[in-house]
Design a protein around this ligand. Structure first.
Ligand code: TPP
Ligand code: SF4
Length: 288
Protein backbone atom coordinates (compact mmCIF):
# COMPACT_ATOMS: atom_id res chain seq x y z
CA UNK A 1 0.00 0.00 0.00
CA UNK A 2 1.02 3.63 -0.49
CA UNK A 3 -0.68 7.02 -0.04
CA UNK A 4 -1.55 6.92 -3.79
CA UNK A 5 -3.62 3.76 -3.22
CA UNK A 6 -6.07 5.91 -1.25
CA UNK A 7 -6.57 8.24 -4.25
CA UNK A 8 -9.76 8.08 -6.28
CA UNK A 9 -10.02 9.04 -9.92
CA UNK A 10 -12.62 11.67 -8.90
CA UNK A 11 -11.11 15.17 -8.72
CA UNK A 12 -11.79 17.30 -5.65
CA UNK A 13 -14.40 20.00 -6.18
CA UNK A 14 -13.07 22.23 -3.40
CA UNK A 15 -11.88 25.80 -4.03
CA UNK A 16 -8.12 26.09 -4.70
CA UNK A 17 -6.35 26.69 -1.38
CA UNK A 18 -9.15 25.23 0.78
CA UNK A 19 -7.93 23.65 4.03
CA UNK A 20 -9.88 20.48 3.22
CA UNK A 21 -7.09 19.33 0.87
CA UNK A 22 -4.62 19.11 3.77
CA UNK A 23 -7.10 17.23 5.97
CA UNK A 24 -7.77 14.72 3.20
CA UNK A 25 -4.03 14.23 2.69
CA UNK A 26 -3.39 13.87 6.44
CA UNK A 27 -6.00 11.10 6.64
CA UNK A 28 -4.51 9.25 3.66
CA UNK A 29 -1.00 9.53 5.09
CA UNK A 30 -2.17 8.42 8.55
CA UNK A 31 -3.93 5.33 7.15
CA UNK A 32 -0.91 4.49 5.02
CA UNK A 33 1.57 4.85 7.88
CA UNK A 34 -0.61 2.80 10.23
CA UNK A 35 -0.91 0.14 7.49
CA UNK A 36 -4.67 0.14 7.72
CA UNK A 37 -6.25 -1.44 4.66
CA UNK A 38 -8.75 0.61 2.66
CA UNK A 39 -11.20 -2.32 2.59
CA UNK A 40 -11.18 -2.31 6.40
CA UNK A 41 -11.89 1.42 6.66
CA UNK A 42 -15.12 3.42 6.45
CA UNK A 43 -15.25 7.22 6.24
CA UNK A 44 -18.61 8.68 7.25
CA UNK A 45 -19.48 12.28 6.45
CA UNK A 46 -22.49 14.56 6.74
CA UNK A 47 -23.43 17.34 4.33
CA UNK A 48 -21.11 20.23 3.63
CA UNK A 49 -17.92 20.93 1.66
CA UNK A 50 -16.21 18.67 4.24
CA UNK A 51 -18.91 16.08 3.58
CA UNK A 52 -17.40 15.40 0.14
CA UNK A 53 -14.33 13.73 1.65
CA UNK A 54 -15.56 10.10 1.30
CA UNK A 55 -15.78 10.72 -2.47
CA UNK A 56 -12.07 11.45 -2.61
CA UNK A 57 -10.53 8.77 -0.37
CA UNK A 58 -10.48 5.23 -1.66
CA UNK A 59 -11.95 3.45 1.35
CA UNK A 60 -15.55 2.51 2.01
CA UNK A 61 -17.59 5.70 2.42
CA UNK A 62 -20.98 6.90 3.57
CA UNK A 63 -22.15 10.48 2.93
CA UNK A 64 -24.96 10.61 5.44
CA UNK A 65 -27.27 13.45 6.52
CA UNK A 66 -26.35 16.89 7.86
CA UNK A 67 -25.59 16.49 11.57
CA UNK A 68 -25.85 12.69 11.69
CA UNK A 69 -22.25 11.55 11.23
CA UNK A 70 -21.84 10.18 14.73
CA UNK A 71 -24.99 8.00 14.94
CA UNK A 72 -24.24 6.51 11.51
CA UNK A 73 -20.58 5.94 12.37
CA UNK A 74 -21.50 4.42 15.76
CA UNK A 75 -23.93 2.05 14.07
CA UNK A 76 -21.30 0.90 11.58
CA UNK A 77 -18.76 0.37 14.35
CA UNK A 78 -21.23 -1.57 16.45
CA UNK A 79 -22.18 -3.80 13.50
CA UNK A 80 -18.56 -4.56 12.64
CA UNK A 81 -16.13 -3.38 15.29
CA UNK A 82 -13.16 -4.76 13.32
CA UNK A 83 -13.46 -1.82 10.91
CA UNK A 84 -11.63 1.46 11.33
CA UNK A 85 -14.40 4.06 11.29
CA UNK A 86 -13.64 7.74 10.77
CA UNK A 87 -16.25 10.51 10.87
CA UNK A 88 -15.47 13.67 8.89
CA UNK A 89 -17.65 16.77 8.76
CA UNK A 90 -18.04 20.48 9.32
CA UNK A 91 -18.37 22.60 12.44
CA UNK A 92 -21.94 23.44 11.42
CA UNK A 93 -22.67 19.76 11.05
CA UNK A 94 -21.09 18.57 14.31
CA UNK A 95 -21.41 21.52 16.66
CA UNK A 96 -24.74 22.88 15.39
CA UNK A 97 -27.41 20.50 14.14
CA UNK A 98 -25.43 17.46 15.38
CA UNK A 99 -24.65 18.83 18.85
CA UNK A 100 -26.87 16.42 20.77
CA UNK A 101 -25.18 13.45 19.09
CA UNK A 102 -21.82 15.06 19.81
CA UNK A 103 -22.34 15.17 23.58
CA UNK A 104 -23.71 11.63 23.83
CA UNK A 105 -21.05 10.16 21.55
CA UNK A 106 -18.32 11.74 23.66
CA UNK A 107 -19.65 10.12 26.84
CA UNK A 108 -20.40 6.73 25.21
CA UNK A 109 -16.83 6.22 24.06
CA UNK A 110 -17.47 4.35 20.81
CA UNK A 111 -14.15 3.47 19.20
CA UNK A 112 -14.30 6.11 16.45
CA UNK A 113 -12.17 8.95 15.17
CA UNK A 114 -14.17 12.10 14.57
CA UNK A 115 -12.44 14.80 12.51
CA UNK A 116 -14.18 18.16 12.43
CA UNK A 117 -13.24 20.53 9.59
CA UNK A 118 -13.63 23.64 11.69
CA UNK A 119 -13.66 26.64 9.32
CA UNK A 120 -15.82 28.72 11.69
CA UNK A 121 -18.40 29.27 8.92
CA UNK A 122 -20.93 27.39 6.78
CA UNK A 123 -18.95 26.71 3.60
CA UNK A 124 -21.30 24.79 1.30
CA UNK A 125 -24.23 27.16 1.85
CA UNK A 126 -21.95 30.10 0.94
CA UNK A 127 -20.83 31.77 4.12
CA UNK A 128 -23.29 32.02 6.99
CA UNK A 129 -22.24 32.10 10.65
CA UNK A 130 -21.53 28.76 12.34
CA UNK A 131 -21.52 27.75 16.04
CA UNK A 132 -17.75 28.36 16.21
CA UNK A 133 -17.77 31.82 14.58
CA UNK A 134 -16.15 34.19 17.07
CA UNK A 135 -18.37 36.90 18.58
CA UNK A 136 -18.41 39.97 16.37
CA UNK A 137 -17.61 38.11 13.13
CA UNK A 138 -19.47 39.63 10.18
CA UNK A 139 -20.93 37.07 7.81
CA UNK A 140 -23.67 36.93 5.21
CA UNK A 141 -26.20 35.99 7.92
CA UNK A 142 -24.79 38.36 10.56
CA UNK A 143 -23.94 41.58 8.70
CA UNK A 144 -23.61 43.49 11.99
CA UNK A 145 -21.49 40.80 13.65
CA UNK A 146 -22.25 37.62 15.58
CA UNK A 147 -23.96 38.47 18.89
CA UNK A 148 -23.55 35.23 20.83
CA UNK A 149 -20.44 33.48 22.18
CA UNK A 150 -19.02 30.55 20.19
CA UNK A 151 -19.17 26.89 21.19
CA UNK A 152 -15.88 25.62 22.63
CA UNK A 153 -15.71 22.07 21.23
CA UNK A 154 -12.55 21.09 23.09
CA UNK A 155 -13.93 22.07 26.51
CA UNK A 156 -17.28 20.55 25.68
CA UNK A 157 -15.76 17.23 24.59
CA UNK A 158 -13.61 16.98 27.72
CA UNK A 159 -16.49 17.80 30.05
CA UNK A 160 -18.78 15.35 28.19
CA UNK A 161 -16.38 12.48 28.97
CA UNK A 162 -14.34 12.14 25.76
CA UNK A 163 -11.21 10.03 26.17
CA UNK A 164 -9.11 11.63 23.40
CA UNK A 165 -9.43 15.32 22.56
CA UNK A 166 -7.11 17.07 20.13
CA UNK A 167 -6.88 19.96 17.73
CA UNK A 168 -4.85 20.40 14.55
CA UNK A 169 -4.42 22.99 11.83
CA UNK A 170 -4.65 22.44 8.08
CA UNK A 171 -1.55 24.60 7.67
CA UNK A 172 0.49 22.09 9.75
CA UNK A 173 0.14 18.87 7.75
CA UNK A 174 2.77 16.73 9.52
CA UNK A 175 1.50 17.69 12.97
CA UNK A 176 -2.10 17.03 11.87
CA UNK A 177 -1.20 13.61 10.46
CA UNK A 178 0.45 12.62 13.76
CA UNK A 179 -2.64 13.70 15.73
CA UNK A 180 -4.94 11.76 13.40
CA UNK A 181 -2.71 8.67 13.74
CA UNK A 182 -2.86 8.94 17.53
CA UNK A 183 -6.65 9.38 17.31
CA UNK A 184 -7.08 6.28 15.13
CA UNK A 185 -4.86 4.22 17.43
CA UNK A 186 -6.79 5.36 20.52
CA UNK A 187 -9.31 2.81 21.80
CA UNK A 188 -12.42 4.93 22.27
CA UNK A 189 -13.81 8.17 20.87
CA UNK A 190 -11.17 10.53 19.49
CA UNK A 191 -12.18 14.08 18.64
CA UNK A 192 -9.79 15.84 16.27
CA UNK A 193 -10.98 19.41 15.73
CA UNK A 194 -9.06 20.94 12.80
CA UNK A 195 -8.77 24.63 11.96
CA UNK A 196 -9.56 24.60 8.25
CA UNK A 197 -9.34 27.88 6.37
CA UNK A 198 -12.32 28.46 4.06
CA UNK A 199 -10.52 30.75 1.62
CA UNK A 200 -13.68 31.74 -0.24
CA UNK A 201 -16.12 32.72 2.51
CA UNK A 202 -14.15 33.25 5.70
CA UNK A 203 -11.98 36.31 5.27
CA UNK A 204 -11.33 36.58 9.03
CA UNK A 205 -9.92 33.17 10.04
CA UNK A 206 -7.32 32.88 7.29
CA UNK A 207 -4.11 30.78 7.22
CA UNK A 208 -2.25 33.91 8.33
CA UNK A 209 -4.73 34.65 11.16
CA UNK A 210 -4.27 31.16 12.63
CA UNK A 211 -0.50 31.08 12.08
CA UNK A 212 -0.15 34.26 14.14
CA UNK A 213 -2.08 32.76 17.06
CA UNK A 214 -1.55 29.01 17.32
CA UNK A 215 1.19 27.24 19.26
CA UNK A 216 1.82 23.55 19.90
CA UNK A 217 1.06 22.24 23.37
CA UNK A 218 3.95 19.78 23.23
CA UNK A 219 6.41 22.65 22.64
CA UNK A 220 5.56 23.81 26.18
CA UNK A 221 6.17 20.33 27.64
CA UNK A 222 2.42 19.87 28.16
CA UNK A 223 1.26 16.35 29.10
CA UNK A 224 -2.33 15.42 28.15
CA UNK A 225 -3.05 13.26 31.19
CA UNK A 226 -4.80 15.68 33.54
CA UNK A 227 -8.43 16.65 33.00
CA UNK A 228 -8.30 19.89 35.03
CA UNK A 229 -5.25 21.11 33.13
CA UNK A 230 -6.81 20.05 29.85
CA UNK A 231 -9.91 22.13 30.56
CA UNK A 232 -7.74 25.08 31.50
CA UNK A 233 -5.88 24.78 28.18
CA UNK A 234 -9.18 24.36 26.32
CA UNK A 235 -10.37 27.72 27.66
CA UNK A 236 -7.13 29.55 26.91
CA UNK A 237 -8.26 30.87 23.51
CA UNK A 238 -11.32 32.57 25.03
CA UNK A 239 -9.37 33.90 28.01
CA UNK A 240 -6.71 35.50 25.82
CA UNK A 241 -9.26 37.02 23.43
CA UNK A 242 -8.10 34.48 20.77
CA UNK A 243 -4.54 35.83 20.86
CA UNK A 244 -3.10 32.48 22.00
CA UNK A 245 -4.65 29.29 20.63
CA UNK A 246 -3.17 25.90 21.55
CA UNK A 247 -3.15 22.92 19.15
CA UNK A 248 -2.09 19.33 19.88
CA UNK A 249 -3.47 16.64 22.18
CA UNK A 250 -5.33 18.24 25.11
CA UNK A 251 -6.52 15.10 26.85
CA UNK A 252 -6.08 11.33 26.64
CA UNK A 253 -7.39 8.68 29.00
CA UNK A 254 -7.26 4.89 28.81
CA UNK A 255 -10.34 2.82 29.49
CA UNK A 256 -12.69 0.37 27.83
CA UNK A 257 -14.41 1.55 24.68
CA UNK A 258 -18.15 1.05 24.20
CA UNK A 259 -17.48 -1.93 21.93
CA UNK A 260 -15.12 -3.51 24.49
CA UNK A 261 -17.90 -3.21 27.07
CA UNK A 262 -20.61 -4.96 25.03
CA UNK A 263 -20.53 -8.59 26.17
CA UNK A 264 -22.11 -9.96 22.97
CA UNK A 265 -19.19 -8.68 20.90
CA UNK A 266 -16.77 -11.01 22.68
CA UNK A 267 -17.99 -13.79 20.36
CA UNK A 268 -17.17 -11.79 17.23
CA UNK A 269 -18.73 -8.92 15.34
CA UNK A 270 -22.54 -8.61 15.18
CA UNK A 271 -22.15 -8.90 11.44
CA UNK A 272 -20.37 -12.28 11.67
CA UNK A 273 -22.73 -13.57 14.34
CA UNK A 274 -25.94 -12.61 12.62
CA UNK A 275 -25.41 -13.00 8.90
CA UNK A 276 -26.67 -16.59 8.81
CA UNK A 277 -29.41 -16.33 11.39
CA UNK A 278 -31.31 -13.15 10.61
CA UNK A 279 -34.31 -13.17 8.32
CA UNK A 280 -35.54 -9.60 8.03
CA UNK A 281 -38.63 -10.48 5.97
CA UNK A 282 -40.85 -10.88 9.03
CA UNK A 283 -39.78 -7.50 10.42
CA UNK A 284 -40.45 -5.82 7.06
CA UNK A 285 -43.87 -7.45 6.86
CA UNK A 286 -44.77 -6.16 10.34
CA UNK A 287 -43.80 -2.62 9.34
CA UNK A 288 -45.84 -2.66 6.10
C1 TPP B 1 -31.08 18.82 7.74
C2 TPP B 1 -30.38 19.84 6.91
N1 TPP B 1 -30.37 21.14 7.31
C3 TPP B 1 -29.70 22.06 6.59
C4 TPP B 1 -29.06 21.69 5.44
C5 TPP B 1 -28.35 22.75 4.61
N2 TPP B 1 -26.93 22.72 4.81
C6 TPP B 1 -26.13 21.99 4.02
S1 TPP B 1 -24.51 22.13 4.43
C7 TPP B 1 -24.89 23.20 5.68
C8 TPP B 1 -23.83 23.81 6.56
C9 TPP B 1 -22.44 23.62 6.07
O1 TPP B 1 -21.50 24.04 7.03
P1 TPP B 1 -20.59 23.01 7.79
O2 TPP B 1 -21.38 21.91 8.37
O3 TPP B 1 -19.76 23.79 8.74
O4 TPP B 1 -19.71 22.37 6.63
P2 TPP B 1 -18.74 23.03 5.55
O5 TPP B 1 -19.54 23.21 4.30
O6 TPP B 1 -18.24 24.33 6.09
O7 TPP B 1 -17.66 22.01 5.39
C10 TPP B 1 -26.27 23.42 5.79
C11 TPP B 1 -26.90 24.30 6.78
C12 TPP B 1 -29.08 20.33 5.06
N3 TPP B 1 -28.42 19.89 3.98
N4 TPP B 1 -29.75 19.44 5.81
S1 SF4 C 1 -16.41 27.17 0.12
FE1 SF4 C 1 -14.79 27.20 1.68
S2 SF4 C 1 -14.89 25.20 2.70
FE2 SF4 C 1 -16.01 25.05 0.76
S3 SF4 C 1 -14.52 24.28 -0.72
FE3 SF4 C 1 -14.51 26.52 -0.87
S4 SF4 C 1 -12.88 27.17 0.51
FE4 SF4 C 1 -13.38 25.06 1.04
Amino acid sequence: MSVEDFNFEIKEQWCPGCGNFAIEMAVKQALDELKILREETVIVSGIGCSGKTPHYVNTYGFESIHGRILPVASGIKLANHKLTVIGMGGDGDGYGIGMCHFIHSMRRNHDLTYIVHNNEIYGLTTGQTSPTSIKGTKTKSTPQGVIEKPVNPIALAISSGATFVARGFAGELKHLKEIIKAGIEHKGIALVDVFQPCVTFNKVNTYQWWKERIYKLEDEGYKPDNKDKALEKALEDEKTGYKKIPIGIFYREKGPSYEESVKQLEKGTFFEQSKKEVDLRKAYEEMM
